[in-house]
Ligand binder design. Sequence first.
Ligand code: FES
Ligand code: FES
Length: 152
Amino acid sequence: MDCGGETSLVVNGKSVVLDKNNSATLAEFLRDRLRLRGTKVACDEAACGACTVLIDGRAAFACHTLVAQLGGSSIETIEGLAHEGRLHPLQEAFVIQDATQCGFCTPGMIMTLKAALDGGARTRDQLMQAISGNICRCGAYLHILAAAESLL
Ligand code: FES
Ligand code: FES
């Protein structure tokens, strides 16, 4: 919603107001202003997927998105997945399948896979395609895929 020099967006269900001239990326805004540090920044140039969040349900690189352009949008980050003390099924699956090593890629992987599963992914190939832009430097891909596949 736009109002004068301000605009607003919704982050994990809460409305947030910001200046339309804010020059921060969404990743900077989430981490520095909202203190939502679950969204990671590695390459900072749209090449690794670590910063993936959902914008209106679609996976997007927060490092490459200007927050001021997102007025009226709904953003979901890794912090928004657990409810009432219960992990999201994807988070539980990552634990069960031992899909996290250092954990740096994990939030981006989970958000990417959530968008894919919510969007109708039904095969392992579709899941692999979904995470083709997400790099895991620990090489935990097989465990990550197993976690996502367990929810097909
Ligand atoms: S930190 Fe955004 S894609 Fe790598
Ligand atoms: S678990 Fe370390 S980068 Fe993926």
